[in-house]
Design a protein around this ligand. Structure first.
Ligand SMILES: NC(=O)c1ccc[n+]([C@@H]2O[C@H](COP(=O)([O-])OP(=O)(O)OC[C@H]3O[C@@H](n4cnc5c(N)ncnc54)[C@H](O)[C@@H]3O)[C@@H](O)[C@H]2O)c1
Length: 376
């Protein structure tokens, strides 16, 4: 797999903040398969169970620190100690509903955490690439059927979405003030931000997300209670946006000065499915169970009804494309949870096997980042 992403990651020191989380764990395992020296900085795994513990992700890391991104000095000291060449910033409070309960904590972590990370990067001369992971929810949501493009205005109704819009503005200010692409030969840092849709995949145990809610109910042989059955989201397997992040960061590393912008990595229009459709597919793939749309908490807080991402820019400029349909994403996801439920397989092996299978499928489809152009 080391040929993927133009061989960029082999032997590189890469820091992942939020490495104990769902996406951070998948990213750390993939980077390790690519031959990177992977470091992490985050609070403890946010759920129990967690992919980080179940797949023993710590085993593949060159080092990691359990630390808070709100602690500017500690974060700066750690980044200076690691001297990474590439930084992926995923650490965040990522839940809409929790953000209504703890808005200040959400803003502190997501906005000041981003400021603190960028301060650490400013003080660490080794960094060549920094990528800040925000969200499709960073856009001002107009509840219309059109997909959002990278040049649409930032916004956010609830504290989580708004904190991600603010995080984008922080990135934009740091890029213009300290990491401008016109002066890249002086400061040396290529800074981008990335916005993905609703991500599904094995090992997510977060509260109030549809897949973990489904699995918790199916395990107990109870009906799945869906809160927002008609809400449309851009669903994608976690490996899809991660392939976009890795490809973009590789391009940033190889061609500094060309990609310092915001980028959408979504599923394409075919992945925009209502929540009830996802529940129906999960039940079918699991082999038993049912779902109901009578959730008692349905309208407790405002959540966006329509949200789609336009991925034309990533398609055209990066030649990045999704490799999976929503059906494939559900197959992989439920397959992972069935392995977890059986308790007989190594979940690190299951996860890495899925990364390999996904990469091979992308290569067979001719997707650029996956193709071995050296014939090695
Ligand atoms: N999962 C999705 O569907 C989705 C969609 C769009 C964007 N995102 C973004 O992707 C990133 C990762 O999301 P996830 O689903 O893996 O979330 P997660 O909750 O599984 O992981 C969050 C990570 O951030 C860390 N963290 C939280 N607060 C911290 C703090 N104060 N200091 C240091 N570390 C802290 C946690 O320990 C964990 O490692 C987030 O930035 C999230 O907003 C996720």
């Amino acid at each position: 797999m080391k040929h993927q992403f133009n061989h960029v990651y082999h032997g590189k020191r890469v820091l992942v903040t939020g490495h104990t989380g769902f996406k951070g764990s998948w990213l750390s395992l993939w980077l390790s398969e690519l031959g990177a020296e992977v470091y992490g900085y985050a609070l403890d795994a946010p759920t129990d169970p967690s992919l980080f513990d179940d797949a023993d992700v710590a085993f593949v890391l060159a080092g990691h620190e359990i630390g808070d991104v709100r602690d500017r000095q500690n974060l700066k000291t750690y980044v200076r100690k690691v001297q990474p060449q590439i930084v992926f910033h995923l650490a965040a409070q990522p839940l809409v509903r929790f953000s209504y309960d703890e808005p200040a904590e959400t803003f502190e972590t997501n906005v000041m955490g981003t400021v603190n990370l960028l301060e650490a990067v400013r003080n660490t001369p080794s960094v060549r690439v920094c990528q800040v992971i925000t969200s499709d929810k960073c856009y001002e949501n107009r509840e219309w059927v059109y997909a959002y493009r990278e040049n649409d205005p930032m916004g956010g109704y609830d504290p989580y979405s708004n904190s991600k819009g603010c995080s984008e503005l922080v990135v934009s200010s740091y890029r213009q003030s300290f990491f401008h692409s016109d002066r890249i030969s002086e400061h040396g840092v290529s800074l981008s931000s990335v916005r993905a849709g609703n991500v599904i995949g094995g090992g997510d145990w977060a509260l109030d997300r549809i897949i973990p809610d489904c699995i918790r109910a199916l395990e107990k042989c109870e009906p799945i209670n869906i809160r927002n059955p008609h809400a449309i989201r851009p669903w994608q397997h976690v490996l899809e946006p991660l392939s976009g992040y890795l490809w973009l960061a590789a391009k940033q590393y190889q061609e500094p000065g060309k990609f310092e912008e915001g980028w959408n990595f979504g599923p394409g229009s075919i992945g925009n499915v209502p929540v009830s459709g996802i529940a129906a597919m999960v039940v079918k793939e699991w082999g038993s169970g049912s779902y109901s749309c009578e959730h008692p908490d349905a309208d407790r807080v405002h959540e966006a009804k329509f949200l789609k991402l336009d991925i034309t820019k990533a398609n055209d400029v990066l030649e990045w494309h999704p490799a999976n349909s929503v059906g494939d994403a559900i197959d992989m996801t439920v397959g992972w949870y069935l392995a977890w439920s059986s308790g007989t397989e190594s979940l690190r092996e299951v996860t890495i096997d899925q990364i390999r299978a996904y990469s091979e499928k992308a290569a067979r489809s001719g997707i650029f980042w996956a193709v071995n152009r050296d014939g090695q």
